[in-house]
Each structure stands twice: as C-alpha cells, then as structure tokens.
Write a protein that binds this ligand. Structure first.
Ligand SMILES: Nc1ncnc2c1ncn2[C@@H]1O[C@H](COP(=O)(O)OP(=O)(O)OP(=O)(O)O)[C@@H](O)[C@H]1O
Length: 250
C-alpha cells in the first residue's frame, strides 16, 4: 500500500482548472520532489494533501486522495487530525513572535498536551532532530526572531515535527535561505526520511536531484512524468521533461 495515493485529481479555483487528472502515489519513508515551471500546479497539489486548499473560497476538487488507505476528503475525516498527521513547512520561515522554546511547544499545547515534562521532552527531541540543539540550547527563552533565517527554518521544521506527523510537506523550504543553510536543510531532509514521508516543491533542480527518491514533473496542471529521480534527470521519457530539466524553458 502506498502512504499517499491520489487518483484522477482535478482541481479548480473558480473557473480556472489548476490540476488535470493527476494520479500520483508515494511510498512511505521516501522523498518526492515536485518540479515544473511557475504556475504549473505544484503548490496546489501539495496543499491538497493536508486540505490547506479548503481555506480558499470557491474551489472544487474531483478525484480522491488516500493517506494510509483513508480518503482524506471523506465526510468523516477530522481535518485537525489530518493536519496533525500531515505537517507543513513554508517557503519563508514563519516563527511565531514567541521564544524559541514556545515556538516548538505551541502546537503541543494547542493540541491539549499540558504535562510540562512531556512538553519539554518533545521540544528538546524535536530541536535535536533538526540539528539545532547545539545552537539554541543556551537561549531557549530568547525570541525566535533572534535566530538566522536558516535557523528559523529549522525551528519551523522542529515545530512541525513536535506534533509527531508521519508526512511532511515542504513548499520551497530553502528558497529564502543562503547556500550553507540550504545544504543544512537538505541534509536534514535526507535524515528525516527514515521517519517521515516527505513531499517537497522545489525550483532548484540540483536540490531535487540531491534530496529526492522520486520526482514528479508538472506542466500546465498536468503530471507529465513521474519516476525515480535518477531516471527523470538522466533518461526522462517525455520531451517536455527533458526540455525543462535541461533549462530550455521555465
Ligand atoms: N488562491 C488562488 N486563487 C486562484 N488561482 C490560484 C490560486 N492559487 C493558485 N492559483 C492558480 O493555479 C495555478 C497553479 O498555481 P500553483 O501555485 O499551484 O503553481 P506552482 O507550480 O506552485 O507555481 P510556483 O512555482 O510559481 O509557486 C496557477 O494558474 C495559479 O494562478
């Protein structure tokens, strides 16, 4: 069974169809990169996986998305539980105006965890998981805004991990970061796939090549090609994929 299975997805913003008959499935503990030129539907697809598009008015979805075999758009789906299971990290680091500790503890508290010891343990584990502990252990009470952009992004990943998701969605997580921070996040993604299933939108082809097991190439709302990353970058079967990865358009 696939961890994520989407079948015949069509998605509309009002009259505009943003995704056309997309079927895409991902195995557990893998990293999948979504690539393609601007406006091709990558983020739209990503946001369907934790129902973030529900927050936009006048949208319509047909087709089905199963996570662990359950239809996430079924009437009885609890969207809060879904979003706990499917964490998300955005393009720009978006820490809350709170301390480093509170940023990571926040989601736990919102989800009803009150035991201080459990909160502390989870905060520490999550910060360790993103390889940030050494850099922040002496200033957990300081504002998260005092961290560098790269540290803030790792903190946001820790915040997402603290609520123990099994899937992590990342929408261009390094596009606002310098090369050193970017490589730290890439190393982290590589480590995290042992425990999580990761889907990452990236404009950076080298990054897709470095971090992902499989790559999906989207063009104008269609999934043109989906294969092992190595195959996509060395022997794509579609001309459009080849043109894109060789920089002929996009
Ligand atoms: N909130 C929205 N309302 C209306 N149309 C939207 C909305 N968000 C995206 N779209 C449209 O849907 C299409 C796909 O957009 P999407 O953001 O998914 O593409 P993308 O591949 O992620 O692009 P980028 O790489 O530039 O982020 C585009 O035509 C876009 O204009």
């Amino acid at each position: 069974m696939h961890k994520i299975e989407s079948k015949n997805i069509n998605f509309y913003y009002g009259e505009t169809q943003a995704l056309h008959d997309v079927s895409l499935s991902m195995k557990e503990n893998t990293v999948t990169a979504l690539i393609g030129p601007s406006g091709c539907g990558k983020s739209t697809y990503l946001r369907l996986l934790n129902r973030m598009n529900d927050l936009i008015d006048n949208t319509n979805l047909t087709g089905s998305i199963l996570i662990d075999g359950q239809d996430i758009y079924a009437k009885n789906t609890n969207v809060d539980d879904l979003r706990k299971n499917v964490g998300m990290v955005f393009q720009k680091p978006n820490p809350f105006p709170k301390s480093i500790f509170e940023n990571v503890a926040y989601g736990l508290k919102v989800n009803g965890i009150t035991d201080k010891k459990i909160i502390e343990e989870r905060v520490i584990t999550s910060i360790e998981q993103v390889a940030l502990w050494g850099e922040v252990k002496d200033k957990l009470k300081k504002s998260a805004f005092e961290l560098s952009g790269g540290q803030q992004q790792r903190l946001c990943i820790a915040r997402a991990l603290a609520i123990q998701p099994s899937i992590l969605l990342m929408d261009e997580p390094t596009s606002a970061l310098d090369p050193i921070s970017t490589s730290k996040i890439e190393e982290l993604i590589y480590e995290l796939k042992n425990k999580y299933t990761i889907v990452i939108v990236t404009h950076n082809m080298q990054q897709a090549g470095r971090v992902s097991d499989t790559t999906a190439f989207f063009y104008m709302g269609e999934l043109i090609e989906y294969d092992k990353t190595k195959t996509i970058f060395t022997k794509p079967s579609q001309k459009q994929t080849e043109d894109y990865i060789t920089g002929r358009f996009g």
